[in-house]
Ligand binder design. Structure first.
Ligand code: GLN
Length: 344
């Protein structure tokens, strides 16, 4: 009794000192030096630059002509710093990587309930262009990461004309990228001329009263959205805006209320890789979005985004080199959402 009370001030002082010393170390352990981030990017680029597996998408004919060897890797931090390797300035079509950002626009305009009620938030477990999912689930569009949900999201944008709908969609994506972008018109023409599957989806949704504007207008604006040209750095900054709780680190503009960022990331985690979403979360543990142009962006909330681009895809339509690079970086830095996932 006597002894312990005698030692208390000493023990308290020791405790205070320990906390003082260890706390900054702990805080620091969550951050990375510029060198750590650049090394992780370089290592992933080197590790996968010679991978030749997979093939360019060709159901949109022009995508088959994009040079398959291109490969770019970027980390973009929530402060707007860029660490990069490879072909990071090459402009490719954003394709489905655009989908979470238009979902963000709907959340910002109409609240997340609009997404939940008018589109849905369940993963389909099926390919991005599934018509079966649309027939199977009463919600029809199912979630905004697959084509049905993304076309529905475009149709939900409050606009008086097709031009205004397009301007709102485009300006929102530019806002996330922090710079002016432009449509790759050849990609748009190639996709719109062959868009029979997406036209079927738009018409089916309209039939089920799950499309909120004219089907052909919605299809055109969706196809233009997918044809926006971006480079890997643009994708990095778009992801960094989500990592930065919805504020673009370059322009300082708020693109999404902070409280809705977790809701958007949750949809990306469960459906961003379509029927490969479970496998991706198992492997890399990061909310992400892929596109058949070869781009992928992953978000480490509160820290940074990892973006990668390479045109050769696997069966579900996800870029093989981009996937491996991102998984490698996430594993190397130990930033998986549920704890450190192993690298490749
Ligand atoms: N524009 C493409 C389509 O609708 C997008 C698909 C994707 O990137 N997965 O088919």
């Amino acid at each position: 009794m006597n002894r312990s009370s005698k030692h208390t001030p000493f023990v308290s002082a020791l405790l205070a000192l320990t906390i003082l010393l260890v706390w900054p170390l702990h805080a620091f352990s969550e951050m990375f030096s510029d060198e750590d981030l650049q090394n992780a990017v370089d290592k992933a680029y080197e590790a996968f630059k010679d991978v030749k597996e997979g093939a360019n998408a060709d159901y949109i004919p022009i995508l088959a002509t994009v040079p398959s060897e291109l490969f770019g890797v970027v980390i973009a931090t929530k402060d707007g710093k860029i660490f990069s390797a490879g072909d990071i300035d090459y402009r490719f079509s954003i394709q489905s990587v655009s989908k979470p950002f238009t979902a963000a626009l709907i959340m910002a305009q109409q609240g997340p309930e609009a997404i939940r009620e008018k589109i849905g938030v369940e993963p389909t477990g099926m390919p991005f262009n599934s018509k079966i999912a649309l027939e199977m689930y009463e919600q029809r569009s199912v979630n905004p990461m697959v084509n049905a949900g993304a076309i529905a999201a475009v149709s939900l944008v409050q606009a008086d004309s097709e031009e205004q709908r397009w301007n709102l969609v485009n300006e929102n994506i530019e806002g996330f990228a922090g710079e002016k972008l432009s449509v790759l018109e050849e990609v748009y023409n190639s996709e719109y001329e062959t868009a029979w599957s997406n036209r079927a989806i738009a018409n089916l949704l309209y039939n089920y009263e799950r499309l909120y504007a004219d089907p052909e207008e919605s299809l055109r604006v969706y196809t233009r959205q997918c044809s926006i040209g971006v480079n890997t750095k643009n994708l990095g900054i778009m992801g960094a805006t989500l990592a930065n709780a919805g504020v673009n680190p370059i322009t300082g503009k708020r693109m999404l209320p902070a409280e809705h960022v977790p809701e958007l990331l949750a949809i990306m985690a469960s459906a961003g890789f379509y029927d490969e979403s479970g496998e991706w979360m198992f492997n890399a543990g990061l909310p992400s979005k892929t596109g058949v142009g070869g781009g992928i962006v992953s978000v480490v909330p509160g820290q940074f985004a990892i973006a990668a681009f390479s045109p050769r895809l696997n069966g579900p339509g996800n870029s093989i080199r981009a996937m491996r690079a991102i998984r490698q970086i996430a594993g190397e830095l130990g930033v998986g959402l549920y704890g450190p996932n192993p690298a490749n």
